[in-house]
Design a protein around this ligand. Structure first.
Ligand code: FAD
Ligand code: DHB
Length: 410
């Protein structure tokens, strides 16, 4: 088989890129290792920046998002048992964010893709990317993948393989993907930071704690109260690395949330509890690979960079990457110029490093490290106070949280 652009991975990056290319009349094929139900149920990010919302709408997949998404004009910061609101529109030039889960974005993109888009193959696990190197004699690159085969233990290896030839290969295969292995080690540099704590992530059939998100610094560690709808909460607690969710029975989760979210103005307040339907532990790290291109292979989203989740940036960065990539591929297709493709990595990395910095800053500001000294805690509280009382400091947070503008695809 042959196509112009071969896309590896049907996360938000791969699916949105396919939609943008389809809208521009460029053919592509998306190969996804998992099945449809799996990628549609996977619980991950929940916050869409204003720019992400605009892009999804312009791409023709914004209808349900506009109906069901919850616009948020601010967040609440809690620290030292006090709360302080950060108002986005007044601090960030009218910008706000939307609570609309990544799983819903994925469902909307998959539905459009299967209805009228280019091929999206599930159960197609890419095992190798070949012929992408700039010096290669091959006139195009090739993606090797395993096709659906007989199911069952030990059957993986016996699945038949297939090949897809393409002008460009786009690695949107996430943090555990295979595409970046096609870049020779000598030609890539990675930058990394691991954090000494994880998040226990919980979904509960309980109304949101508050009408906006609460990011809480406390002597017991960080807590984040988010939501999925008027009936469903999404909650996160800082826990030690290596934590097993079985050590967190439901009552312990609720007790800990009560303790970490407590404020002096309302000391006895207990959260409305409800059945917990999902519980998992997320390690966190910062990671960037440079450059994001090698010959005919271009990387986008988590395949090229990871951020810790406290800044709510991972999904939004993936969207910004593929918007730039679609423009570069359109320029190549329409004019033959590779100028924008050649600049792709440098263009994206400027935004990537801004998001890395913001995510790192939010993480370090709000968590209590296992070996944290009282001096460091004092610095955190001082900076939180600065954000609460200085318009400049609050605007810095609000501008980064709501996201730098991404112009709609040209
Ligand atoms: P992904 O969404 O990871 O998509 C990659 C796709 O490629 C997957 O569907 C995968 O199955 C497929 N794939 C992988 N290997 C292959 C292969 N060999 N062949 C074919 N297909 C392949 N961000 C936040 O902002 N807030 C959060 O709360 C948050 N929570 C998260 C929780 C978890 C558990 C994880 C992993 C991430 C979380 N993130 C969060 C980050 C955010 O979800 C990601 O930044 C976002 O998913 C990036 O999109 P992507 O399309 O680049 O990658
Ligand atoms: C959600 C996750 C985040 O990491 C964040 O910063 C805000 C919201 C969420 O899943 O709703």
């Amino acid at each position: 088989a042959r196509t112009t652009v071969g896309i590896i991975g049907a996360g938000p990056a791969g699916l949105l890129l396919a939609r943008l290319l389809h809208n521009a009349g460029i053919d592509c094929v998306v190969l996804e290792s998992r099945d449809r139900a799996y990628i549609e149920q996977r619980q991950r990010a929940g916050i869409l920046e204003q720019g992400t919302v605009d892009v999804l709408r312009a791409a023709g997949v914004g209808e349900r998002m506009d109906r069901e998404g919850l616009p948020h004009d601010g967040i609440e910061l809690r620290y030292d048992r006090r709360s302080h609101r950060i108002d986005f529109p007044s601090l960030a030039d009218g910008r706000r964010v939307l609570v609309y889960a990544q799983s819903e974005v994925v469902k909307d993109l998959v539905a459009r893709q299967l209805a009228d888009g280019p091929p999206l193959l599930f159960d197609a696990e890419v095992v190798e990317v070949a012929g992408v190197d700039p010096g290669s004699d091959a006139s195009h690159a090739r993606i090797h993948y395993r096709r659906p085969g007989p199911r069952g233990p030990g059957r993986e290896e016996s699945r038949p393989t297939a090949g897809l030839s393409c002008d460009y290969v786009i690695g949107c295969d996430g943090s555990h993907g295979v595409s970046r292995a096609a870049v020779p080690a000598a030609l890539r540099t990675t930058y990394e930071r691991a954090y000494p704590y994880s998040w226990l992530a919980v979904t509960a059939q309980a109304p949101p704690v508050y009408r906006e998100l609460i990011y809480a610094h406390s002597t017991r560690g960080f807590a984040l109260a988010s939501m999925r709808s008027a009936e469903v909460s999404r909650l996160y607690l800082q826990v030690p690395n290596g934590t097993d969710p079985v050590d967190w029975p439901d009552a312990r989760v609720w007790d800990e949330l009560d303790a970490r979210l407590a404020i002096d103005a309302d000391p006895g307040r207990r959260l409305g509890r409800g059945p917990i339907t999902a519980k998992s532990v997320l390690p966190m790290r910062s990671w960037v690979m440079e450059p994001m291109r090698y010959g005919r292979l271009l990387l986008a989203g988590d395949a090229a960079h990871i951020v810790p989740p406290a800044g709510a940036k991972g999904l939004n960065l993936a969207v910004a990457d593929v918007v730039e990539l679609s423009r570069a591929l359109v320029q190549r297709h329409v004019t033959g110029s590779t100028e924008r493709l050649d600049a792709y990595s440098a263009t994206c990395l400027r935004r990537v490093w801004r998001a890395e910095h913001f995510s790192y800053t939010m993480t370090e500001l709000l968590h209590t490290a296992p070996a944290q000294t009282p001096f460091q805690t004092r610095l955190q509280l001082s900076q939180l106070d600065r954000i609460a009382h200085s318009r400049h400091a609050a605007a810095e947070l609000a501008e980064n949280y709501t996201g730098l503008p991404i112009a709609p695809p040209s």
